[in-house]
Design a protein around this ligand. Sequence first.
Ligand code: FMN
Length: 212
Amino acid sequence: MGLYPAKFIAELKMRKIRWFATVTTVSEALAAEKAGANAIIAQGMEAGGHRGAFAASQANNMVGLFSLLPAVVDAVKIPVIATGGISDDRGMAASLILGASGVQIGTGFLRAPEAAIASAWSDAIDRAAPEDTVASRVFSGRLGRSLRTEYTNAATSPLAPDPAPYPIQRNLTQKMRDEAIESNDLTKIQAWAGQSSGLARAIPAKEIVANL
Ligand SMILES: Cc1cc2nc3c(=O)[nH]c(=O)nc-3n(C[C@H](O)[C@H](O)[C@H](O)COP(=O)(O)O)c2cc1C
C-alpha cells in the first residue's frame, strides 16, 4: 500500500534485503521502480484480500490483470510477478506469455490444510463463482476482495453508513471477525477470496506447487 520512505529503502539496500513492491497501476509500477524496488508484483483487481493501491482514494481504479500485466512489463526494466486470479497452471502459463517472470498465488492456497482457515470459509471458496466476491471497505476501511456474505451485503447497501477510514474500521469489526472464526460463522468472517476462488483445491500446499 505504497512506497517506503527513502531512508528505509537505503537501509534495505545496505542489508541486501530485496524489496518486491505490489502495484495496481502502471504509474505505481514506475514510481516503485524509480524508488529502488527489486521486482514489481502486478496485482490485478481479481486478487483476494487487500488491494495494494498506494493511495486509498485510488483503490477503486480497478484494472484487470490481462490489461495491467503487459502494460507494466512494457513500462519497467525490473522483473514483474503477476498476481490476482491465478490459481492453476493455465493462469500461470497465461501470465508467463504476457511477460511475467513469475506468479504469486494467494486464494489458491487458502484451502490447503496448512492455511487452516475456518471450514465454512474453505467450503464457500470451493462453491464460489467469479461473481460471488466483492471488493469493499467494510472490513478494514481499505478496499479488499472477499466472498459476498450477509455482512458485506448489509454493510454495502445504500442504507448502511460509510465505513470508517483504515484502520479504524478494522478495529470496529475486530470482535465480530474474531467471534465469527470461533463459531465458524461465514456470515461475519472476513472471508478474503479472489475471483478465481472456485479453482482453489483442498490439497497440501506441496501438491498445489507440484501441479503448477
Ligand atoms: C487471506 C489473504 C490475506 C492476504 N494478506 C495480504 C497481506 O497481508 N499483504 C499483502 O500485500 N497482500 C495480501 N494478500 C494479497 C495477496 O498478496 C495477493 O495479492 C492476492 O492473494 C493475489 O490474488 P489471488 O488471491 O487471486 O491469488 C492477501 C490475500 C489473501 C487471500
